[in-house]
Design a protein around this ligand. Structure first.
Ligand code: PEP
Ligand code: MG
Length: 584
């Protein structure tokens, strides 16, 4: 009998295949006592497992494909974290000690230490430390699979393909999948992923999107509800999975999948076409980048410039803060390599983005997303901010640099930051530094208060950029990295739409450009809606640029604006559905 199940669709597309369940973190771990004489052999077995784990991770790292719009750097960094943890003494010393003192097998000793470490991390509210808990879980799972000889549960490897018709594609069903494993699975040609945990901003989701593999996360009890080997359809657009589909459903989804494939193939021809709607409205498509190297790649994929360069990644994975000169060199190189504007966001540290280099000290606050982060941190730490602002102003001599201030919540705060930038510019001028005559400075609108006060802020800003990731989090009061409340993360909530419209309207009245750089801007499901709300600049993960461009080219913006105005007035769900549906 067919069974519909719902999770969170985090990577678009239709996949049809057979369930292959994978054990992730919760393997059956036997515990047994070993003889005194066998202790050394058991310690060797553990050391061998570590060596094999390291080898696997290095192999995966060398296989990370390039051309993933910058995600490859993030993946490599993630795998490096796991490599370091494989030798982390907080994990391994206790395992060795337990094998020696309790004379138990390596798997059981590892399980005890994993559980102890995870319990410690569990009690911490901080999102960064929660991520460390996941690292412990993932690295332990890899070592446990090796120790238990269950590595072959991953459908990868060197086995010869059996003769006969090609096997049906696998749809992986697991509690959770590590980024390293997702790379192996993607290379083994799996058709889709379904996991019980995780959210759209998890690394699993980012990777699945980069590989273009449909994925659903947060489908609780998936491993209990699906049977190994049964047929399943995954609709990554809607987050639906249909187990044991009947002939009619199969026919419908085959047709939908074929349509999607044809569309994707047609997209590559759009690279050099301008993003102009059917009724002649020019839309600007920009890229979000995390690392300086991503800038050139963004242009290859059809972006006209950079709408968000997240500089905090320059500050991560290091023990000291980057100096002004070091930053200047990076910003100047990026500015010179980008043809259009390059919007560089000042440091947005805090919340789920922490650094080791002492940018802030003191205990972790209970609500880091609402705490001393982003522009608040910069204004509190003038030396930190000054080094970056000086580097940015100096880099402005090399390209069309725009400076963007994150987490602005009031006019007073914005003006304080502007005064700081002006004073820094004067100082640089006195020193004889070369800078562009005018460097536009703008505010990210990602705090609901800033959206509501947008008309006042617009008088002081050269541009706005709407950060929907934080705007939605704060408007709907849900932690964007907590999968328990992810079901409430709704970009279509009327309150969110009103704040977006209010911001765009304020920009239009003040005649300043308004862009959007949150994930919503790169999600083709929302393109027509955003056009209807009046958005004319979209900044996104480079891999989404062409699909968003196609929708723009096929849209009639004037008609969408009329539909959106009606929607905002009536809040009619049917009007929303019609506006989002691709029918003209
Ligand atoms: C946002 O909040 O929408 C945004 C683009 O910034 P970040 O995701 O880096 O917080
Ligand atoms: Mg943000």
């Amino acid at each position: 009998m067919s069974l519909w199940l719902n999770g969170i669709g985090v990577s678009r597309g239709i996949a049809i295949g057979r369930v292959q369940k994978l054990s992730g973190g919760d393997l059956e771990i036997p515990e047994y006592t070993i003889a005194e004489a066998d202790v050394d052999a058991e310690l060797r077995r553990f050391a061998d497992a570590q060596a094999r784990g390291r080898e696997q991770l290095r192999q995966v790292r060398s296989q990370v494909p390039s051309g993933m719009g910058g995600a490859e750097n993030e993946i490599a960094a993630f795998i490096d974290t796991h490599l370091l943890m494989m030798d982390d003494r907080s994990l391994t010393d206790a395992v060795v000690a337990t094998i020696r003192s309790s004379r138990i097998n390596a798997e059981a000793a590892l399980k005890r230490q994993r559980d102890a470490l995870m319990a410690v991390f569990e009690q911490m509210d901080d999102a960064y430390l929660r991520a460390r808990r996941d690292d412990v879980k993932h690295v332990s799972a890899r070592l446990l699979r090796i120790l238990l000889n269950q590595e072959r549960s991953l459908p990868v490897g060197d086995a010869e393909a059996p003769a006969g018709p090609p096997p049906e594609p696998s749809i992986i069903v697991s509690d959770d999948i590590t980024p390293a494993d997702i790379i192996l699975l993607a290379q083994a040609g799996v058709a889709a992923f379904i996991t019980e945990y995780g959210g759209p901003l998890s690394h699993t989701a980012i990777l699945a999107r980069s590989y273009g593999i449909p994925a659903i996360v947060g489908l609780h009890n998936a491993r209990r509800l699906f049977r190994d080997g049964e047929a399943v359809i995954v609709d990554g657009d809607l987050g639906h999975a249909l187990a044991d589909p009947d002939a009619q459903a199969l026919q419908f989804f085959h047709a939908k999948r074929n349509q999607q494939r044809e569309r994707r193939a047609a997209l590559s021809g759009l690279k050099d076409k301008p993003a102009i709607s059917r009724d002649g409205v020019k839309i600007r498509l920009l890229a979000n980048i995390e690392l300086s190297e991503d800038a050139t790649h963004a242009a290859d994929l059809g972006a006209e410039g950079v709408g968000l360069y997240r500089t905090e990644f320059l500050y991560m994975n290091r023990k000291t803060l980057p100096t002004e000169d070091e930053q200047y060199e990076v910003y100047a190189r990026v500015a010179a390599s980008v043809k259009g504007p390059i919007t560089i966001r000042t440091l947005d540290l805090g919340a789920d983005k922490q650094v080791d280099s002492g940018a802030r000290s003191g205990p972790t606050p209970n609500n880091p997303a609402l705490g001393l982060r982003a522009i608040r941190l910069c204004l509190k730490e003038p030396d930190l901010f000054r080094a970056q602002v000086r580097a940015l102003l100096r880099a402005s001599a090399h390209g069309d640099v725009h400076i963007m201030l994150p987490m602005i919540s009031s006019v007073g705060e914005y003006r304080q930051a502007m005064a700081f930038i002006a004073a820094t510019r004067e100082q640089l001028a006195r020193e004889g530094a070369t800078m562009a005559a005018h460097v536009p400075v703008g505010a990210m609108i990602e705090v609901p208060a800033a959206a509501l006060a947008a008309s006042l802020l617009a008088r002081h800003c050269s541009f706005f950029s709407i950060g929907t990731n934080d705007l939605i989090q704060s408007t709907l009061a849900i932690d964007r990295v907590d999968d328990e409340v992810n079901y409430l993360y709704d970009p279509l909530h009327p309150a969110v739409l009103k704040l977006i419209r209010t911001t765009i309207e304020a920009g239009e009245r003040a005649r300043i450009p308004v862009a959007m750089c949150g994930e919503m801007a790169g999600d083709p499901r929302y393109t027509r809606l955003l056009l209807g709300l009046g958005l004319t600049e979209f900044s996104m993960h480079p891999a989404s640029v062409l699909e968003v461009k196609r929708i723009i080219i096929e849209s009639n913006v004037r008609a969408l604006r009329a539909q959106a105005a009606n929607l905002l007035e009536t809040g009619d769900p049917q009007a929303l559905e019609m506006l989002m549906a691709e029918t003209g």
